[in-house]
Design a protein around this ligand. Structure first.
Ligand code: NDP
Length: 292
């Protein structure tokens, strides 16, 4: 028999979470501020609790997924001791500080354990290969791993620091936005030359694949703090960055992002990194105003 699970919050994501648990055969109790959103889930076998307190009493694993941490605090605060002995898994997006504060609060409620998670997927991917990351006590993750894995086969435990899930979340979002911005810059450049995005995209994808292969080598350099140029020096990169700026300006395309990227590289070169590889730029990211 599968662990009974409570899901608090039935927005787009909460409904997907509860649906995946039902699909995996878990008894599921749900609660939502607006009860009508439970309709489909109840039709599939979920039990709709009359109050959040009643929902939390239903089993050992409580998953909460609301708009933000203020909503979570507002909902769970009055429940207090009702959470005693439960494993509370919060999949609401927020900051690492909010996650750590919620962990402290949960410890005061005698919840058996608090896991803070972050969902790196859309509702449609929940129950398939979605990546959901978790931080907090490992024993709680291990105990409920089968249920958590039914939310997404990419379930990953990150470590005991409750802030890690939120940090990984924004780190991967930063990655996604930067890749997308580079792609959009390229689409704008080629669009100005009459090439449509559909034509550009296969070559763009090859470019992303090439960059993928650089990361493991750069990871070692970043951790070691030494950036020997085994492929291309920053001096060589900056020459190409100038071409990007000039092409953008000549075509009447926005050159702000290219100029910013070059400004980072210029600072690194001014600091003596011109002969190093690209990973040396990490020092520009490590301090608030970039390294000198
Ligand atoms: P929705 O806006 O669809 O749902 C929000 C949920 O929060 C609803 O259940 C809503 O209740 C509830 N809620 C909001 N305020 C309160 C409150 N004060 N008290 C009680 N309940 C409240 O958002 P999603 O489901 O899409 O997102 C939920 C979380 O999941 C967010 O933190 C989001 O960042 C995260 N997430 C979402 C992704 C997505 O693609 N949708 C992807 C990754 C993470 P009610 O129905 O009554 O309004």
């Amino acid at each position: 028999t599968r662990t009974p699970v409570t899901v608090l919050g039935l927005g787009l994501m909460g409904q997907a979470l509860a649906g995946a648990l039902l699909g995996a055969g878990h008894p599921v109790t749900v609660w939502n501020r607006t009860p009508a959103k439970a309709g489909d889930l109840v039709a599939r076998g979920a039990r709709l609790a009359g109050s959040a307190e009643e929902a939390v009493a239903a089993g050992p694993l409580v998953i909460v997924c609301l708009s933000d941490y203020d909503a979570v605090r507002g909902l769970l605060g009055p429940l207090g001791g009702a959470l005693g002995g439960r494993v509370l898994v919060n999949l609401t997006s927020g900051t690492s500080q909010e996650a750590r504060e919620t962990a402290e609060w949960a410890a005061g409620q005698a919840a058996a354990a608090y896991l803070d998670g972050a969902i790196m997927a859309t509702p449609a991917a929940i129950g398939t290969d979605a990546v959901v990351v978790y931080s907090g006590p490992q024993a709680a993750f291990d105990r409920h791993e089968p249920a958590l894995r039914s939310l997404g086969s990419g379930a990953t435990y990150l470590g005991a620091d409750h802030g890690l899930a939120a940090l990984y979340d924004v780190a991967v979002l930063s990655l996604a936005w930067n890749v997308l911005n580079g792609y959009l810059q390229g689409a704008a450049l080629l669009g100005a030359a009459g090439v449509d995005a559909v034509t550009f995209t296969p070559i763009a994808l090859k470019g992303i694949e090439t960059v993928n292969t650089w990361l493991p080598g750069y990871a070692k350099q970043i951790d070691e703090g030494a950036y020997p140029a085994y492929d291309s020096t920053l001096d060589t990169h900056v020459a190409a960055m100038n071409h990007l700026i000039h092409e953008s300006e000549a075509l009447g395309v926005n050159a702000e992002l290219p100029r910013f990227v070059k400004a980072l590289a210029d600072r690194a070169i001014a600091g003596g990194r011109g002969g190093d590889g690209y990973a040396a730029l990490v020092e520009q990211f490590r301090s608030p105003a970039g390294a000198g």
